[in-house]
Design a protein around this ligand. Sequence first.
Ligand code: COA
Ligand code: MG
Length: 291
Amino acid sequence: MSQIERPRRSALYLPASNAKAIAKARTLPADVVILDLEDAVAPEAKVEARAAALAAVAEGGFGRRELVIRANGLDTPWGAEDLAAIATSGADAVLVPKVSSPADIEACQDALSAAPDRLQLWAMIETCACLPQLDAIAAMARSTRLSLFVMGTNDLAKEMRAKLTPERTPFLPFLSMAVAAARAHGVAVLDGVCNEFRDLDVFRAEAEQGLLFGFDGKTLIHPAQIDPCNAVFSPSEEELQRARTVIAAFALPENAGKGAIQVEGKMAELLHLDQAQRLVAVAEQIAATAV
Ligand code: COA
Ligand code: MG
């Protein structure tokens, strides 16, 4: 399965120190489970949380869900040991916080030298310093394990001293720049969390905004957010219908060799055929991996 086409509609964070949440995550329909050692874990619980995350990965039971551990930064007392332990943990990916430069990716790559090739490196995009370096950071995917960006909108709001409103106005340029940098280098990209987990209307609007911006999926903090998130980031029946119509139209003998055709009153170019084929492939992957 290509990494890009793998469904990553919903990525649920949980504190690795919360045994009950870990047990629950094994039963939830999230595409990705992120065991957090960083922001969701208090300093005095860090070492215990690391051991709990390693034990959870070793125990397994997460089925087809991608299993990720978020480490503490290499500039903290726990970062180096986190990365050394995660390297050989059997997790699918390690998510590293506050990546601000290509050098940060290089340092993580070096710290993961003992890891098998299949371990991916995912990077939190959540510092002001990374903004002018987004393209250079994403370009590290060519020479390192880097394969995915995760927006850290809470940290970004803190650093910028901006307000995280439902519209997310101060962050919109940042979000689209991160998506563009990721796409330019074949890196996947997930949107930040919505702190509002009781009001699912607020959540759904934010998830739809993320879809509009091109994100592959969204990071989540609560089980209630998973179903609406999966629904928003799954191709709709209407979109699939249009995609199949475009694919069928290009396959007609009279359209052979054409770059632009008319499909149900709208122009369709070969680029739309590419988009249609991708959409159908995404839907097939989702159907094939349904939990
Ligand atoms: N993953 C798995 N299970 C979770 C969960 C999560 N992120 N958040 C809550 N649950 C579980 C609870 O354990 C509880 O289980 P139970 O029904 O078996 O008792 C159930 O879902 C309902 O939880 P609820 O009472 O609604 O929420 P809460 O008040 O216990 O927790 C939070 C609220 C925000 C503290 C909690 O959702 C959480 O820790 N989220 C993740 C935070 C995080 O990882 N942040 C870092 C990235 S931003
Ligand atoms: Mg953070």
